[in-house]
Design a protein around this ligand. Structure first.
Ligand SMILES: [Zn+2]
Length: 586
């Protein structure tokens, strides 16, 4: 036997020894892909090797397959890999609750809805509430208000409460009326109405503040229900390629459920919690400080979520000048500058973050004033305080965002959702510095992007599309005459423009605020990673970072915006584990 044949015989044994003993071998390789690292040199690779939950090596498929011949191999078949998507502003339990209630959007009759309620009643126990959202009697043949009878018949043993599509009316059954004690004798509450039949008995429709009579008797969810809500939510979020979420406004009960699920390795994605305002949970974290990377880096508590004002749709956003379409109304102030300043000081002292919801220009101004006072006093080295939404901000205050190093957390889809009515609220001047992604990015160099799910669909690809086009999914507005027409009519006229050419994305709503595709992707990767002090752990594909990836069917750097909407998430990988795989993939 010569030396050569001896080596051939011994080779498998040597290999087993090497792979068995060596700590320098990865567990698996994803190869044959187009891997956009989004590192500082924008390197593109074909293959990535993973060990445990970390990126172990990067290179060409040939190199890595040769280097590590005896590990699990996953063929990407030319798919595109990006750093795992991050949503910097969402509501995990809110989204889960929406998914678990009956979706009534688009239903066409009372009978159809009653059938859905009856079906649901077979899966819940007696007495458990059945909830649904999205009915609209304008979609029915008979457009008058419905009454409780058909729902009472559908689920006689369960209270039923179905929210109208606009959230301003509740349709309930008899059981629900009974539990809430709503009888003939109960008067209408302030700011609300109990609809009644000809005898004065409650008919089953409650308007505005009268809805609280029902909400007050819906019990708090059990631990089991909350776990189901969280799992349903997170398991759906990973379908959109989301690998981390900044969860806005959570209490200790939810945080402890996240920790429990992380202990059991059941969370499919990483969660950064911002606690729900001043109160018990906040006091706890002020005492204990940040929770960092609990359960193999799946749960963190980073700071507090505050609200300085309301929303623009309901004219609750706090404005310096009144609303264009409501000249006496300036909106609502929910916290004063002093209150925010006090919280900011407490947070800085403990190394926690403050993330304040601010929509109106006055709201944003107040938050910046409060933050600035606290910064001047305590001189934090690296605070990464945030403003959530930053929807209407004076250009001078946009400059201050940059100067004070406050992270703007914005949702590109809000612009395209609100554009049909935003200008009516704001008028022609203020609207120019509203939803102003470009203006703000120029000042700050960073935007943490999100969707605000369940207010919007959690699709990151839709967020990227909205950021680069400033158009809705039909490609509108396509040009300036579209916009003029819209301002006149206060709504888009789809038929007027005819069939929208999906390849023509010259237009867009205030197109000077568009982002480039590179910037839009950074909004959902490295920038939100920075917003939670994890830019050295995730947000790009580099050796030593966490193996969090989003695998896409198309190379979104090199297709039209319209094709981005047609791109599929093929796989979502968190900490090296495939947490979602498209059904079409084998
Ligand atoms: Zn929100």
């Amino acid at each position: 036997m010569n030396l050569k044949s001896l080596i051939i015989i011994l080779f498998p044994i040597i290999l087993i020894i090497i792979t068995g003993c060596s700590k320098t071998m990865p567990d698996k390789i994803f190869f044959n892909g187009k891997i956009y690292s989004l590192d500082s040199k924008n390197n593109v690779y074909e293959a990535v090797a993973i060990k445990d939950d970390l990126i172990f090596d990067l290179g060409t498929s040939e190199d890595l397959l040769k280097k590590y011949p005896d590990v699990e191999k996953i063929n990407l078949k030319g798919a595109t890999i990006l750093p795992g998507f991050i949503d910097a502003h969402g509501h995990i339990t809110g989204y889960g609750e929406n998914l678990l209630t009956i979706d009534l959007v688009g239903t066409n009759s009372q009978t159809e809805i009653a059938a859905l309620v009856k079906q649901k009643s077979q899966y819940v126990s007696e007495g458990e509430w059945i909830l649904g959202v999205g009915w609209d009697q304008n979609d029915w043949e008979d457009k008058s208000w419905p009454d409780h009878k058909i729902l009472t018949e559908a689920a006689p043993k369960n209270p039923v409460a179905l929210t109208r599509i606009d959230g301003h009316a509740l349709w309930v059954n008899k059981k629900a009326l009974e539990l809430a004690g709503i009888t003939k004798e109960i008067p209408n509450p302030d700011g609300g109405e109990i609809k009644r039949d000809t005898d004065g008995n409650p008919s089953g429709i409650l308007i505005d503040n009268a809805m609280n009579l029902i909400y007050n008797v819906i019990p708090e969810p059990t631990e089991e229900q909350l776990i189901e809500t969280v799992l349903t939510s997170t398991q759906n979020l990973v379908k959109y390629g989301i690998t981390s979420v900044h969860d806005m406004g959570v209490n200790e009960r939810i945080i402890s459920i996240y920790r429990k699920l992380a202990d059991e390795e059941k969370l499919p994605l990483r969660i950064h919690c911002y606690v729900d305002g001043i109160g018990k949970t906040w006091e706890k974290y002020l005492k204990e400080g940040k929770l960092v990377g609990y359960g193999k880096n799946f749960v963190s508590v980073d700071g507090i979520k505050l609200f300085v004002d309301g929303a623009m749709g309901s004219r609750g956003a706090l404005m310096t000048e009144p609303y264009q379409d409501d000249p006496k109304n300036f909106g609502l102030m929910l916290l004063s500058e002093d209150q925010i300043y006090q919280v900011a000081k407490d947070a800085i002292a403990k190394g926690l973050q403050v993330a304040t919801h601010a929509i109106g220009d006055s709201g944003n101004n107040i938050v910046l004033n409060a933050y600035e006072r606290a910064f001047n006093e305590l001189k934090p080295k690296d605070h990464r305080f945030r403003i959530e939404h930053v929807q209407v901000i004076n250009p001078n205050d946009a400059k201050r965002l940059g100067k004070l190093k406050v992270v703007p957390s914005m949702q590109p889809v809000h612009a395209t959702s609100d554009m049909p009515w935003a200008e009516a609220r704001l008028g022609p001047e203020r609207v120019k510095w509203s939803y102003a992604l470009r203006m703000i990015l120029n000042e700050t160099g960073i935007i943490a992007g999100g969707s605000d799910f369940p207010v919007e669909n959690p699709s990151v690809l839709e967020g990227i599309y909205a950021a680069i086009t400033r158009q809705d999914k039909q490609g509108k507005p396509q040009n300036s005459s579209d916009v003029e027409e819209f301002v006149k009519q206060k709504k888009w006229v789809l038929s007027k423009a005819g069939i929208v050419n999906p390849e023509n994305f010259e237009g867009g709503w205030y197109p000077n605020q568009k982002l480039s595709i590179d910037e839009a992707i950074k909004c959902f990767t490295i920038w939100p990673a920075y917003a939670v002090f994890e830019e050295n752990k995730k947000g790009s594909i580099e050796i030593g970072k966490w193996a969090d990836f989003t695998v896409l069917s198309k190379d979104i750097f090199n297709i039209t915006p319209y094709e981005i909407l047609k791109t599929k998430v093929l796989m979502t990988i968190v900490g090296g584990k495939i947490v979602y795989k498209d059904e079409g993939l084998n």
